[in-house]
Design a protein around this ligand. Structure first.
Ligand code: HEC
Ligand code: HEC
Ligand code: HEC
Ligand code: HEC
Ligand code: HEC
Length: 455
C-alpha cells in the first residue's frame, strides 16, 4: 500500500508539472487525460482493482440478494451504506404510542431509492472524482464511532487507532439486534439474562405465553447475524456472565487494516481484505517481530490460542444440549451444491434438498453453523426441535403442508432459561467472529468460560 501511495504521489506531481509547463487548458484538453492517467494506469487504480477482484465485497452475492431491502442494505449495498452514513441514521429503537400502548421498531434503514449498489471503490472512498487527485481516496466514507445496532445504541464501538479506520469496517461488521416477540417489540434486555439466569426465557410447552415479555420465540434463524468480528474485536456486545472481562492488546493497538490489508500475498491482504493465511501484518516491528508467527503451525499466539478457543466452543455446545440433543444446528457443508435426500415435503418420499453453506465449517468439532436445531420446512427440514413460530400472527405455517404441520407436532419442545439464551448468543458471537480468538483472545476466553459456568 505504501508503494502504491508513492506511485500515486509521483503521478500527481508529474500531472502538476505538465499543467505548470503547458499553462491552463480546457478540461477536455490534453490535461484532462493526464489527470486521468495519474490514477487510471496499471500501477494505480487498475492494480487495486485486480486485488479487489479477490474480495468477497466484490464477488459475494449479498448485494444482489438483499437489494431493495431497506433494512438489510445499509450493510449490503453501496448506496444504502453511503445513505446511512451521510444522514447519520440512528440505531436507537423508536417507540410509537397508539392508545397508550408503545411499540418499538428499528430505525436503522435506508430509503427505497438508495437500497441498491454492489460494493465498489466508492463504498469506502466516497469522495472519488471530486478533486481528481489522490486526496480523493482519503478520508474514508466514515471513521466515526459506531453506535451498535445490536443493543439499539446502548453501547458504542470506537477504535481510534490509525485514525479510526477500523470503525469503517465495524459499521458493517457488527451483530444485529434480538427483538422481543411480544409486548413492546424492543431489543431484548440482555442484562436480564445475566441478572435472572434461572428465569424461563422461553417455554416451548406454552409458546403463546406472555408471562415473560423479555422473550423471543426461537426459530432456526434466531441469531446474531454473521458479521460479529467488530464486536468481539472491540470486546463489546457479549452477554457478560460473571467477572474478569479484559481485552487483548489488539483491541487498542491494532487496526483491521493491519491484518486484513497487509501486503498482498497469494490471494490475501491488500484490497482482498482477507487475513486468512497472511501473517505479514502479525510480524511488523512493534508487533510479533521478535518471535514471528510464520504459519498456521506456529504454536504461540496462533495454534495454541485457536485450539483453546475451539475447545471452549465445543464445551459450550455440549452444555447447550437438552437431554443429549443439540440446541445448536450442525452443518458439515462448507461449499455450495451439497444435496441431501430428505422428506422435505413430508409426503413419505425423499427429495434432494440443498443444505445451506456453512462458512464456519471446521471451527468446531461438530461443525455448528450458529443456527438453531429447530424444524423449518423450507430452511431446515432436518431440524429436530418443534417450531413454535407456527403460532405467530400472520402464521408462517400457512405455507406448510398438512404433513409438515403434523410432523412438527411430533417434535420435542424447546425450553430455555435466561442463562441458556445468553450463552447461545455468546456462542454465536464467538463462532461467527471466525478468528477463534485471534481478534481478542482475552474477551473471547472469558465470555465462553463464564457462559459454560453459567449454565
Ligand atoms: C485520484 C484518482 C483518479 C483520478 C485522477 C481519476 N479517476 Fe476515474 N476512477 C478512479 C477510481 C478509484 C474509480 C473507480 C474504479 C472502478 O470502479 O473502475 C474510477 C472510475 C472511473 C470510471 C468508471 C470505470 C468503470 O468501469 O465503471 C470512469 C469512466 C473514470 N473513472 C474516468 C475518469 C476520467 C475521464 C478521469 C479524468 C478526467 C478520471 N477518471 C480521473 C480514480 C480516479
Ligand atoms: C458497507 C459494509 C461493509 C464495510 C464498510 C466493510 N465490509 Fe467487509 N463485508 C461486508 C459484507 C456484506 C460482506 C459479505 C459479502 C457477501 O457475502 O456478499 C463482507 C465480507 C468481508 C470479508 C469476507 C468474509 C467471509 O465471509 O469470508 C472480509 C474479510 C471483510 N469483509 C473485511 C472487511 C474489512 C477489513 C473492512 C474494513 C476495511 C470491511 N470488511 C468493510 C460488508 C462490509
Ligand atoms: C449491521 C450490518 C448488517 C445488516 C443490517 C445486515 N447484514 Fe447481512 N451481513 C453483514 C455482514 C458484515 C456480513 C458478512 C459477515 C462475514 O462473512 O464475516 C453479512 C452476511 C450476510 C449473509 C451471508 C452471506 C454469505 O456470504 O453467505 C446473508 C445471507 C445476509 N447477511 C443477509 C442479510 C439480510 C437478509 C439482512 C436483513 C434482514 C441483513 N443481512 C442485514 C452485515 C449486515
Ligand atoms: C471495504 C472498503 C474499501 C473498498 C471497497 C476499497 N477500499 Fe481502498 N482503501 C480502504 C482502506 C481502509 C484504505 C487505507 C488502507 C491502509 O491504511 O492501509 C484504502 C486505501 C486505498 C488507497 C491508498 C490511498 C491512500 O491515500 O492511502 C487506494 C489508491 C485505494 N484504496 C484504492 C481503491 C480502489 C481503486 C478501490 C476499488 C477497486 C478501493 N480502494 C476499494 C478501503 C477500501
Ligand atoms: C491481529 C490481526 C487481526 C486484526 C487486527 C483483525 N483481524 Fe479479522 N481476522 C484475523 C484472522 C487471523 C482471521 C481468521 C483467518 C483464518 O481463519 O485463517 C480473521 C478473520 C476475520 C473475518 C472472517 C473472514 C476472513 O478474513 O477469514 C472477518 C470478516 C474479519 N476478520 C473482520 C475483521 C474486522 C472488521 C476487524 C477490525 C475490527 C478485524 N478483523 C481485525 C486477524 C485480524
Amino acid at each position: 500500500m505504501k508503494n502504491l501511495l508513492k506511485l500515486l504521489a509521483l503521478f500527481t506531481v508529474a500531472g502538476f508539472l505538465v499543467t505548470a509547463c503547458e499553462g491552463p487548458m480546457g478540461p477536455a484538453g490534453k490535461d484532462a487525460n493526464e489527470t486521468c492517467t495519474q490514477c487510471h494506469n496499471s500501477g494505480g487504480v487498475d492494480s487495486v482493482k485486480t486485488m479487489y477482484a479477490f474480495s468477497k465485497h466484490e464477488y459475494g452475492e449479498a448485494a444482489f440478494e438483499e437489494s431493495g431491502n431497506t433494512g438489510c442494505t445499509p450493510c449490503h449495498a453501496q448506496e444504502a451504506f453511503k445513505y446511512v452514513v451521510k444522514n447519520k441514521v440512528p440505531v436507537a429503537f423508536v417507540g410509537t404510542t397508539v392508545n397508550g400502548v408503545t411499540t418499538y421498531s428499528n430505525p436503522y434503514a435506508t430509503v427505497a431509492s438508495s437500497s441498491i449498489g454492489e460494493f465498489g471503490c466508492s463504498t469506502c472512498h466516497a469522495n472519488l472524482h471530486t478533486t481528481f487527485s489522490d486526496a480523493d481516496f482519503m478520508p474514508l466514507t466514515t471513521t466515526a464511532a459506531v453506535a451498535m445496532t445490536f443493543n439499539g445504541g446502548a453501547k458504542t464501538i470506537d477504535l481510534t487507532q490509525k485514525g479510526g479506520e477500523s470503525n469503517l469496517c465495524v459499521k458493517c461488521h457488527q451483530p444485529r439486534p434480538f427483538t422481543r416477540t411480544f409486548g413492546d417489540k424492543n431489543v431484548i434486555d440482555y442484562a436480564a439474562l445475566v441478572s435472572s439466569p434461572t428465569a424461563v426465557f422461553f417455554d416451548g410447552n406454552n409458546p403463546t405465553s406472555t408471562a415473560n415479555v423479555n422473550t423471543i420465540r426461537p426459530s432456526y434463524r434466531t441469531h446474531t447475524h454473521y458479521g460479529t468480528a467488530g464486536a468481539v474485536f472491540a470486546g463489546k456486545g457479549g452477554v457478560e456472565f460473571g467477572t474478569g472481562y479484559t481485552n487483548s492488546w489488539h483491541t487498542t493497538g491494532a487496526s483491521c487494516q493491519d491484518c486484513h490489508m497487509a501486503p498482498m500475498t497469494g490471494r490475501t491482504g491488500g484490497h482482498s481484505f482477507f487475513a486468512k493465511g497472511n501473517f505479514i501484518g502479525c510480524n511488523v516491528t512493534g508487533c510479533h517481530s521478535a518471535a514471528p508467527i510464520s504459519s498456521a503451525t506456529t504454536t504461540a499466539y496462533w495454534a495454541a490460542t485457536r485450539t483453546e478457543i475451539k475447545g471452549l466452543l465445543d464445551q459450550l455446545a455440549t452444555k447447550l444440549r437438552i437431554g443429549g440433543v443439540d440446541i445448536l444446528n450442525r452443518n458439515p457443508n462448507a461449499t455450495e451444491g451439497f444435496l441431501l435426500n430428505v422428506d422435505a415435503n413430508k409426503d413419505g418420499a425423499l427429495e434432494p434438498y440443498s443444505v445451506g453453506v456453512n462458512l464456519w465449517a471446521g471451527l468446531t468439532t461438530n461443525n455448528y453453523d450458529g443456527y438453531l436445531n429447530i424444524y423449518d420446512p423450507a430452511t431446515n427440514p432436518t431440524g429436530i426441535y418443534y417450531n413454535a413460530t407456527m403460532f405467530q400472527n400472520p402464521s408462517p405455517s400457512s405455507s406448510w403442508t398438512s404433513g409438515q404441520t403434523a410432523f412438527n407436532l411430533t417434535l420435542p419442545k424447546i425450553t430455555l432459561t435466561n442463562a441458556q439464551f445468553g450463552a447461545l448468543i455468546n456462542f454465536q458471537l464467538c463462532l461467527r467472529d471466525y478468528s477463534l480468538g485471534i481478534h481478542n483472545t482475552k474477551y473471547t476466553r472469558t465470555l465462553l468460560t463464564n457462559s459454560i459456568a453459567a449454565i
